[in-house]
Design a protein around this ligand. Sequence first.
Ligand SMILES: O=C(O)C(=O)C[C@]1(C(=O)O)C=C[C@@H](O)C=C1
Length: 291
Amino acid sequence: MSYSVGYLGPRGTFTSMAVDALFKGEKHMPYQTIPDCFDAVKFGHVKYVVVPLENTLEGTVNLTLDYLIESKQLKIVSEIVVPIRQHFMVHKENALRWQDTDVIYSHPHALAQCHQFLTQDMRQVKKEMYNSTGAAAQFVSEHPEQLIGAIANEKAAETYDLAIIKRDIHDIANNHTRFVVLHKNDTALRSNNLPVKGFKTTFMIALPTDHAGALHQVLSAFAWRRINLSKIESRPMKTALGQYYFLIDIEQKMDDILIPNTIQELEAIGCQVEVLGSYPYYHVTEVLHDV
Ligand SMILES: O=C(O)C(=O)C[C@]1(C(=O)O)C=C[C@@H](O)C=C1
């Protein structure tokens, strides 16, 4: 295996910023889509992959969560939260004509994070979804003959030599995305250079059918042990309407007693419980500086 880390590429995505922060000096391999990232680690082309899981403004990246639910052999081994600053950029040859832009490309999450800018300043411009912010920037750089723009980060503008027209166009300043590192076994991945902010464990829980108050019982199994939940979310099981998995994050790492006992209690009421990972989390504090 020549590459150790795969990620949602190309260079210049926010995901590549997460990779740079966690895996300094390792060989990285960009993949075009989130499913490609999952396949790369499943089939052993890379040891780890980094994919986006959740954003402050847009919530969960459903594609990642659905693949995580499906890929039971993969575990979350680390998490990193990255500040997200979105900028509007065009090809340098079109910088003076940016007001004539016909189409703006970006990842659907990035477009959604810039709703106010797109509806107020760019109302007439067509919006097109792309696989990632970096790929949108690359596409713009390859098509100077078209009056198109991208929403992406500063690194993408540098990498693809684009002109930033408007900075910080995301709706709220406190915009962050949570990325997870996936691996074939559950050995937690520690960063060599970032301080650990804390630990989490993620569960996937299927409730027993026709059991009144089952979710209440699940929550109370955590509550009476004073285990702090940092997230709860449901995703359809895709088997029938009304059937869901509950994804629960707790602010605690796997231990020998408390968590195994919680799982036992959940199984005793008929729940199916999978631990999707028990891992350290990190924050990137510095935002890419202005040029
Ligand atoms: O990594 C990127 O640049 C992406 O395009 C993906 C993604 C996402 O899926 O949330 C990552 C971070 C930002 O929230 C916007 C887009």
